[in-house]
Design a protein around this ligand. Structure first.
Ligand SMILES: [Zn+2]
Length: 265
């Protein structure tokens, strides 16, 4: 994931009212937000992107006399090259009971996904996080991002986040400032808190024994929003933390010693 921004955008010029960043590996250009006198966006690469050198460029979408969007125009001099490096993801093999396997059924995952999509529908268009992220359970590590999981002998899925060790009841801390957009039970995820960090980025903290957050409240880095448990599809107590950008899963590890907006705060 990278933050991209455009400097020196003329204020109040309608030709610049809609700026988007086009990353050559993404189908859809990403809408930029106005923030700190710049146009800024987060751009993600998922685990399925082939390693290569790609470009990112800024487009403006002018409006015609009737207010309708005209064709996107590249803003000269905005092209930057980005290298996406290779990364291998290990396999992880384990067996679970039929009862636990059924918790992760397609129906259950769909039911969860609908609730999550609703919670993430109206996110903050400006950054809410303020600095580099911290691990939600102090002293522990983020593990197992992207592992290919073979469950009961079948390659079932890519592990969608990181696991953090913790015994039942251990407090779970907010990794970076956010707005609580969901707090409650899901089926496969168990008791879950979802935080909106702004610019399309969300944390889901799942499998909690108990949530301790109120939807609509703003939480600070380090606040406790729940307690470790093994609810949903979990083989034992731990925290699972998924980080997404516009619904795409990214590795939160990168944010833990690096704030992508540090240079322009
Ligand atoms: Zn996990």
């Amino acid at each position: 994931m990278v933050a991209v921004w455009l400097e020196g955008v003329p204020d109040g010029d309608p030709a610049y009212s809609d700026i988007r960043f086009k990353a050559s590996w993404l189908k859809t250009p990403v809408k930029a937000s106005e923030w700190n006198g710049r146009r800024v966006a987060l751009i993600q690469a998922t685990t399925s992107v082939s390693p290569n050198t790609y470009s990112v460029r800024a487009l403006k979408i002018p409006k015609g006399a009737d207010g309708k969007d005209l064709t996107a125009v590249e803003i000269p001099g905005t092209k930057v090259l980005i290298r996406i490096a290779d990364r291998k993801f290990e396999q992880q093999v384990f067996s679970v009971s039929k009862e636990l396997e059924a918790v992760r059924s397609a129906d259950n995952l769909n039911t969860d996904a609908e609730k999550v999509a609703k919670a993430k529908a109206n996110g903050s268009t400006v950054p809410v996080w303020e600095k580099a992220f911290t691990i939600p359970i102090p002293g522990e590590e983020a593990q197992s991002f992207g592992k290919q999981r073979i469950i009961n002998g079948v390659l079932n899925y890519t592990h969608s986040g990181v696991d953090v060790s913790g015994s039942e009841g251990t407090p779970i801390h907010v990794p970076a400032a956010g707005i609580v957009v969901f707090s409650g039970p899901l089926i496969a995820s168990g008791n879950t808190v979802i935080l909106d960090h702004g610019l399309g980025m969300y944390s889901s903290l799942v499998h909690m024994s108990k949530t301790a957050a109120t939807v609509g409240t703003r939480v600070k880095q380090g606040d406790v929003v729940g307690y470790v448990g093994a609810t949903g599809f979990a083989t034992g107590p731990h925290l699972h933390w998924t980080l997404t950008i516009r619904g795409n899963i990214v590795d939160p590890e990168y944010l833990m010693n690096h704030d992508p907006l540090a240079a322009i705060r």
